[in-house]
Design a protein around this ligand. Structure first.
Ligand SMILES: [Zn+2]
Length: 373
């Protein structure tokens, strides 16, 4: 079975479809919870599955340092290691390494960096990044790219994008094709329309199983991000999945789905779950707020997750006030469940050509009683 994408329905530029992989089928648009080190933090694999999540993400940078690719391979690959037989996408490590600043040196061939854990020296090239993800047994491998820093000048962005395109071609050549496995290219080009279009065209010429849009949600703001999606998506093949990396808030997801994006990942729901921030159908709340101490109602009356159906919000508030581990566990569960619920609603709205109405009603709900910030 080849890795392939089947569109089912469209609504404007948005599309609902199926992603067929070696490890199962994924309904799109899809949100992929982030399992950085082979675990979606504070969640068991069963709990993640119970939210409706069908594919998770792992981070090559973290996994190559600890426990190491050889060890993951010897322990049966990432699927077995993490008790996740379903599809797994791994990033290439590029994004984390670029954030290391002084700890890394970039050259034309790759990047040398020091581990944030023990200062040990490591090297990543387009070929090594592909090989590591092969050892992980990742369903979807991402090419190594240079995530252009923001802000950057036009000239800097152009040079950086051109380097990423050369690396993308090398990754394509290094990738070992296997039935149901995929290699995705990554569009760069900063905030410049023509560079985004050129990057998309360069990747399409090389030919990938899917196309990611990188270098966004790095401080440019939502309006600019959406403008860059408008500049990019029309240049990508319609028969391949499109993945917006590292995005975003529920509102970001809606805007990107409306622009034709199929896949997302973001640490927001998991990180917020550990820091008492709840994403709900009525907006974002901080559960540490004293006003929740005596609240006997559910966190989100519209939500079917265990945190909402089995506990009063006063109990969740108590758990966070006491620094109990169960607080982050339940709230991460809720946030992931809520993100999956939104994606399900968007898929269903695309299928019935009611996406703009559904988007408006979701946004109206968030504005109802949300806190700001
Ligand atoms: Zn819930």
């Amino acid at each position: 079975m080849n890795f392939h994408f089947t569109p089912i329905a469209t609504d404007g530029a948005a599309r609902a479809g199926l992603l067929h992989t070696a490890h199962g089928t994924v309904e799109t648009p899809v949100f992929m919870p982030v399992g950085t080190a082979g675990t979606v933090k504070a969640m068991t694999a069963d709990a993640v599955r119970s939210t409706g999540a069908s594919i998770i993400l792992g981070n090559t940078y973290h996994l190559m340092l600890r426990p190491g690719a050889d060890r993951i391979e010897a322990l049966g690959g990432l699927h077995r290691f993490a008790d996740w037989p379903g599809p797994i996408l791994t990033d290439s490590g590029g994004f984390q390494i670029m954030s290391l600043g002084a700890l890394r040196t970039l050259d034309a061939d790759g990047v040398t960096f020091r581990s944030h854990l023990d200062g040990s020296k490591h090297r990543l090239t387009p070929e090594i990044a592909v090989h590591l993800q092969d050892q992980f047994d990742s369903t979807i491998t991402m090419v190594l790219d240079e995530c252009t820093k923001f802000p950057s000048t036009y000239a800097e962005t152009e040079t950086s994008m051109a380097l990423s395109m050369r690396w993308a071609a090398r990754a394509r050549a290094a990738f070992r094709p296997r039935d149901g496995y995929a290699l995705f290219g990554i569009v760069q080009g900063g905030i410049f329309h023509d560079l985004r279009a050129r990057s998309a065209a360069a990747l399409t010429d090389i030919g990938f199983d899917g196309y990611a849009i990188g270098g966004l949600a790095v401080g440019e703001g939502q309006a600019m991000m959406n403008a860059m999606l408008d500049a990019t998506v029309p240049h990508l093949p319609v028969d391949r999945p499109r993945y917006l990396m590292g995005v975003g808030t529920p509102d970001d997801l809606i805007g990107a789905v409306q622009r034709g994006v199929d896949m997302f990942d973001c640490v927001i729901p998991t990180r917020a779950g550990r820091t008492a921030r709840a994403y709900t159908s009525r907006g974002v709340f901080n559960l540490r707020n004293a006003r929740f101490a005596d609240d006997t109602g559910p966190l989100d009356p519209a939500c079917a997750c265990p945190a909402c159906t089995r506990h009063a919000v006063g109990y969740l508030h108590h758990l966070f006030r006491c620094e109990e581990i169960l607080g982050p566990m339940l709230l991460t569960w809720h946030n992931i469940f809520y993100y999956q619920t939104i994606m399900k609603e968007l898929r269903s709205a695309i299928s019935t050509s009611t996406l703009s109405q559904r988007a408006a009603s979701l946004r109206a709900g968030w504005a109802e009683i949300a806190e700001h910030g």
